[in-house]
Design a protein around this ligand. Structure first.
Ligand code: GDD
Ligand code: MN
Length: 332
């Protein structure tokens, strides 16, 4: 039988480990602790199925999890990663491991959340960003979960360079092609002892993790957009003597769409799909994006200063173009 592993990152969780470890007796448990001086070592020592690794300084949740995973030698181990603070219900572990017989990746999906409205909004925003920027999250209904499991051979562990603290996203991006995924529902519990280790720096760290996991496509896409303005203006200037203004603008717009397409196809999206598939789709996206720009700007101009309205229109069109480029024009 395959060995079943539970990886627990911990930082000052001795009180919680006292409750959790007795419920994990059937598993091989790996605790990766960042030198907590709260008795974590003593609690772990009481359990022969627990291996404790201590790192000398606090270096983050994701890297702790990765460290623990790398300590596992079995090639096809089943591994579940969970928080040690009892917010992840250990009663769900058998279901995770059962589902890992058939699927290479299983995530815990939180439901019945009793979060505040603001927390729910931020969580929705973060999930939407992740879903837009990282196509691997397609079909995953809780991309921010920290409770998940996988088969070791289903993931290219060597490729993971953990940034930020959403280690599940790193694992998802590095799943081997064709891996089946499944989910387990659970209720995200309340922390009983201690407090959350994730402070305000998390927003920045999350955004930089998304950029890095998406290979900086948003940055390239923005740069290409700016180059498009130059092409548009340049073409309009060069053709101006020969054409009526409306035709001049029209051609300038289309030329900038084409040059944006080429740059995005080869640089931003690295030929993710065939040229002839992406070309008409991107063209459509860009033209509709133009009407988004115009529509928003005109509608808002009745309410606010017209240049501000235009700026908001531009931003809306940019968001629209980028989202549909990821999810439609270059979607696999
Ligand atoms: N070794 C180590 N090093 N462990 C850490 C570190 C660290 O720097 N930071 C946090 N941990 C451990 C904690 O001790 C706990 O066991 C687990 O990682 C989760 O940390 P919490 O501080 O409880 O995080 P949270 O509850 O705010 O966030 C959780 O829920 C989020 C969803 O709302 C995590 O699971 C997140 O990954 C998840 O996105
Ligand atoms: Mn927690």
């Amino acid at each position: 039988m395959l060995k079943e592993y539970v990886v627990l990152p911990t930082y000052h969780e001795a009180e919680n480990l006292r409750l959790l470890l007795p419920r994990l007796k059937r598993y091989s448990v790996i605790v990766v602790d960042d030198d907590s001086r709260d008795g974590t070592k003593d609690v772990c020592r009481k359990h022969p199925n627990v291996r404790l690794f201590v790192r000398k300084k606090k270096s983050g949740l994701s890297s702790a999890v990765l460290y623990g995973i790398k300590m596992i030698r079995e090639k096809d181990a089943k591994i579940v990663v969970m928080d040690a603070d009892m917010q992840h219900d250990p009663e769900k572990l058998p279901e995770f491991f059962r589902k890992l017989d058939k699927s290479g990746f299983v995530y815990g999906s939180r439901h019945a959340r009793d979060f505040s409205v603001s927390r729910r909004f931020y969580s929705w925003l973060a999930a939407t960003l992740a879903k837009t920027m990282i196509p691997h999250t397609k079909g995953i209904d809780d991309v921010m979960s920290g409770y998940f499991g996988f088969r070791l051979k289903a993931v290219d562990i060597q490729k993971i360079k953990p940034k930020g603290y959403k280690i599940m996203l790193d694992v998802l991006v590095n799943l081997r092609p064709g891996t089946k995924t499944d989910k387990v529902y659970f209720v995200f519990g309340k922390r009983i002892h201690g407090r959350s280790k994730l402070g305000p720096a998390v927003i920045f760290s999350f955004l930089s993790q998304l950029l890095s996991l998406s290979q900086y496509r948003l940055v390239y896409f923005s740069a290409v957009g700016i180059s498009g303005i130059v092409v548009n203006e340049g073409a309009a200037y060069l053709l101006h003597p020969f054409l009526p203004l409306w035709a001049d603008f029209l051609i300038a717009i289309e030329l900038s769409i084409l040059s944006n397409f080429l740059l995005n196809h080869y640089i931003t999206f690295r030929r993710r799909v065939r040229f002839l598939r992406a070309l008409p789709r991107y063209n459509l996206v860009a033209l509709v994006g133009l009407s988004v720009n115009l529509g928003v700007a005109i509608a808002l101009s009745y309410l606010i200063f017209y240049l501000t309205a235009d700026l908001i229109g531009i931003i809306a069109a940019f968001g629209f173009n980028y989202t549909l480029s990821e999810r439609f024009a270059w979607a696999k």
